[in-house]
Design a protein around this ligand. Structure first.
Ligand code: ATP
Ligand code: MG
Ligand code: FE
Length: 380
């Protein structure tokens, strides 16, 4: 099926088009720059930016794919989780399109879509004509190979809004949350710590770069929720064995900076960045790999904006290799928020014979990962 996907859960307005497991276009407009002076995403600004960006992004996506709205078989939209106002813009736009065209509408889960993108095949679909600037090369190998999910699949999603480990038995109807952050997301911690260190927004790329000049062993920052009372002991698994916490780490960085300043010493920013990054990456990868090992997961898909982090890629790769887990990392423009992942999951639902959601649903900012798509309301 030819599916148009719409994403607006955070600061990216995305429209993507797929044909089955083939990616046709992935057009994204981000309001990230508008949030920079605030050091984080401001929901109201994000919502307004979606309003401005939606129609141009849709038009560009259709144009690039060389298809008309008429030819589209179905529309898929992120209905949660995410920022309520931001979700509302994409959902209203999708409903309007569905009503105007009479096409079926699928309200889908953003987190599961991050995994669904791994099902896109690796071929470039723009009639074999990738653009000279490489901008349209989004169809490069997605990670898992076309159409077929590994049997024992897990997903590690690490972004500005999420830090989660999932088990996927079926991408269309059996997704389980094994663990997640209990406070800040890992990307959020990067952004907050970058602010403390005066490095600007978004913090991830800046810390990643600066950390290369620092000594990660110079300071030992806490690994949240790793004590026995959370992890459990030999006989019994603790309540937060696969969960993360980053707010204590952020506070520890702030205290550390204050101590250097109180002593009148120069703050070793690169060392702090390196030590902070090591703490995040160490605890993210160790708990993810543990969850995989204890739940029979043999293939792990990495997703989310923090998947760009060089140390995260390195250490996840090493630890997966040692544990005999195959690691799949889609190209970065498909790891961050985009419409193609929404379209990709929509296509999977259609191919599995699952019905559309209708237009009666409301976006759900805390949609659970177990809800892959919203079922249509029964007509009474
Ligand atoms: P969502 O959580 O809904 O997926 P988001 O917009 O918060 O959306 P992304 O756009 O996927 O998340 O990713 C942005 C986050 O990724 C920011 O927090 C940013 O600091 C972080 N990030 C980007 N590059 C890197 C990097 N090289 N190292 C660490 N973090 C990074
Ligand atoms: Mg974003
Ligand atoms: Fe996301």
């Amino acid at each position: 099926p030819l599916v148009l996907g719409i994403e607006s859960s955070c600061d990216e307005t995305g429209v993507g088009i797929v044909r089955g497991t083939t990616l046709l276009t992935n057009t994204v407009s981000s309001s990230m720059d508008e949030h920079a002076r605030f050091g984080g995403v401001i929901p109201e600004i994000a919502s307004r930016a979606h309003l401005d960006a939606f129609v141009p992004t849709l038009q560009e996506s259709l144009h690039e794919a060389g298809v008309t709205l008429d030819e589209i078989d179905a529309i898929a939209v992120t209905s949660g989780p995410g920022l309520a106002g931001a979700l509302m813009v994409g959902v209203c736009a999708a409903k309007a399109l569905a009503v105007a065209t009479g096409k079926p509408l699928y309200a889908i889960n953003h987190l599961v879509a991050h995994v669904g993108v791994g099902l896109l095949d690796g071929r470039r679909a723009l009639d074999g004509r990738p653009s000279a600037d490489g901008k349209h090369d989004a169809g490069a190998a997605a990670g898992l190979g076309a159409g077929q999910l590994p049997e024992n699949l897990g997903a590690l999603l690490v972004s500005g809004g999420h830090t989660e480990i999932l088990r996927i038995r079926s991408i269309t109807d059996d997704v389980e949350l094994l663990g997640s952050t209990i406070d800040d997301a890992a990307g959020e911690a990067y952004d907050k710590v970058a602010r403390i260190l005066g490095l600007g927004y978004p913090g991830g790329p800046a810390i990643d770069k600066l950390a290369r000049q620092g000594n990660p062993k110079s300071i030992r920052f806490p690994r949240g929720l790793t004590q026995p009372k959370y992890m459990g002991t030999a006989g019994e698994k603790g309540p937060h064995r696969y969960d993360w916490s980053f707010s204590g780490l952020k506070t520890a960085v702030a205290r550390c900076v204050e101590q250097f300043e109180a002593r009148g010493e120069e703050v070793p920013v690169a060392d702090i960045a390196a030590a902070f990054q090591e703490a995040v990456v160490d605890v993210v990868t160790s708990k993810a790999v543990l969850a995989c090992k204890e739940n029979g997961i043999t293939d792990l898909l990495l997703g989310g904006g923090v998947a760009a982090n060089s140390r995260l890629r390195e250490l996840t790769g090493q630890r997966c290799t040692s544990a005999g887990i195959r690691l799949h990392v889609p190209p970065l423009d498909l790891c961050t928020d985009n419409g193609a992942m929404v379209a990709a999951l929509g296509a999977q639902l259609i191919m599995a014979g699952i019905g559309p959601s209708g237009v009666e649903f409301a976006p759900d900012s805390s949609m659970p990962v177990t809800t892959v798509s919203v079922p249509a309301r029964a007509v009474s």
